[in-house]
Design a binder for this molecule. Structure first.
Ligand SMILES: [Zn+2]
Length: 239
């Protein structure tokens, strides 16, 4: 472990890639537009919800990463995602897609996506979810995200209390946050100011900007990405 943090200031145009490490758990770059297809519509034949291009299934990925909310096991599924079983613990996994655009309290448990839009809020909610797209407010809630938390410009509240594997700052989002955020992988596609502690990889995409304090195992700065931060890279992630 390095004693002194490396301070990087200004726009770097280097790729600080560390390929040696085990990359299995790293996010797939550029797949942030990927959504689990909505499984609610009963009469959807072959084409899942989402971008409906003429090119058919080459537009949509046909495999999905599913993280079991019961045992944490990660596996992939082909085709349209519906109610399924964990490949390991055999528990039934529910696929629910939910959009929240007003004040909401309650419970939801799904391997799908919950989206809290601008103007929406979670309070006294208990959420276990595959992905959470948060562009609203959150307070007094327990949230466990098996895959990824995506933050938009209007995300506010107890974000630091959210238990999530990965965090993504959405493209065009400007997020500034005071409390330290913890996760396994942190991906910046927009603009983020704050303090992060990441056990795996921090990725700054082209056109993105990361400012603040960064502690991570690895850092990948894409050409055209900006970084102005106190950076401490610990090397290999702990197993
Ligand atoms: Zn399981």
């Amino acid at each position: 472990m390095a004693k002194d943090p490396l301070v990087i200031d200004g726009f770097a145009s280097v790729q600080a890639v560390r390929r040696a490490g085990k990359n299995k758990k790293d996010p797939h770059y550029g797949s942030s537009r990927t959504r689990l297809p909505a499984a609610s519509a009963k009469d959807t034949p072959k084409t899942p919800a989402g971008p409906r291009g003429k090119i058919g299934h080459t537009v949509m990925p046909d495999t999905f990463e599913v993280v079991c909310y019961e045992c944490g096991y990660t596996f992939t599924m082909r085709g349209q995602l519906r109610k399924t079983y964990c490949a390991k613990c055999r528990k039934t996994l529910v696929v629910d897609e939910q959009i929240i655009d007003s004040a909401w309290s309650g419970r939801v448990k799904t391997i799908g996506t919950v989206q809290v839009r601008d103007g929406g809020s979670l309070s006294n909610a208990h959420v276990v979810v595959g992905d959470l797209i948060l562009d609203g407010h959150i307070e007094d809630s327990t949230v466990k995200i098996c895959r990824r938390l995506e933050l938009g410009s209007h995300a506010s509240g107890d974000i630091a209390k959210i238990d999530t594997r990965d965090i993504l700052i959405r493209r065009d989002a400007k997020v500034s946050y005071r409390s330290k955020l913890h996760c396994e992988n942190f991906i910046v596609e927009g603009d983020f100011r704050g303090t992060i502690e990441v056990s795996g990889l921090v990725t700054v995409m082209a056109g993105a900007f990361l400012q603040g304090r960064v502690k991570a195992a690895r850092l990948l700065l894409h050409e055209g990405g900006g970084l102005k931060a106190t950076v401490k890279i610990a090397g290999k992630s702990k197993q």
